[in-house]
Design a protein around this ligand. Structure first.
Ligand code: C5P
Length: 233
């Protein structure tokens, strides 16, 4: 695993998602399924995309009491996804419970990663709304370290943080990074962005790319360009 482009399939329903994926006749993209599609269609959409041969990152960002998260993960692990996530803010106990719930009887499990601070949270919101009065980069690093201590496989972070996370948590600790844009394309609501080629230099293990591919005039060409720039193939 590692060094792959994950396409964020932020579509409202199964029809649009499958129509989008059917355009890819060569390499099958690694697909991210988020809350919108999962809540609209339920687990069947995961099974269907999986059956078509795609790897899946199920981006549901679980955050609840440890027992509830463990039970939810026990159900989700049967879907056979490749990566799944929680919020690191749920505490080390919650992350450890998630890991336990995910682990199948034979010891196998999907990769489990944690969101540190959402990229939509800035210093002001963190201080005023969350009452966390520390510099945001320190908070991200602290959450990454807690994630590692809880035994998880990595974090979702900004590509700008990937090097520091690897420095603190080790090269084998996964950095899965959204906020990727082609040099000439619009940033949209993403603020801290990088190109696929820069993300490669920063050592990001996976890049998550949505709109630059899903809204491109030619999504397959945009995906292939992304792979060329990031993976080099
Ligand atoms: O369209 P775009 O490339 O901005 O999509 C990025 C994807 O990554 C979206 O599905 C978004 O929900 C997700 N994401 C993010 N920032 C995070 C966590 C997830 O942009 N911190």
């Amino acid at each position: 695993m590692g060094k792959d482009v994950i396409v964020a399939c932020d579509f409202p329903n199964k029809e649009q998602t499958l129509a989008f994926l059917e355009q890819f006749t060569g390499r099958k993209p690694f697909v991210k399924i988020g809350m919108e599609l999962f809540y609209a269609e339920g687990p069947d959409v995961v099974r269907e995309i999986k059956a078509r041969g795609h790897k899946i990152f199920l981006d549901l960002k679980l955050h609840d009491i440890p027992n509830t998260v463990k039970s939810a993960m026990r159900v989700l692990t049967d879907l056979g996804v490749d990566i799944i996530n929680v919020h690191a803010a749920g505490t080390k106990a919650m992350m450890a419970a998630a890991l336990e719930g995910l682990t199948r009887e034979d010891g196998s499990r999907p990769l489990l990663i944690a969101v540190t601070q959402l990229t939509s949270t800035d210093q002001k919101a963190m201080e005023e709304d969350l009452w966390i009065e520390k510099p945001l980069p320190d908070v991200v690093m602290h959450y990454a370290q807690c994630t590692k201590e809880a035994g998880l496989d990595g974090v979702v972070c900004s590509p700008l943080e990937a090097k520091a996370v690897h420095g603190a948590c080790g090269e084998g600790f996964l950095t899965v990074t959204p906020g990727v844009r082609f040099a000439e394309s619009a940033a949209g609501d993403q603020k801290r962005i990088m190109t696929p080629a820069q993300a490669r230099i920063e050592g990001c293990d996976y890049i998550v790319v949505g709109r630059p591919i899903t809204r491109a005039e030619d999504p397959v060409a945009a995906y292939e360009r992304c792979c060329r720039e990031y993976i080099g193939e």
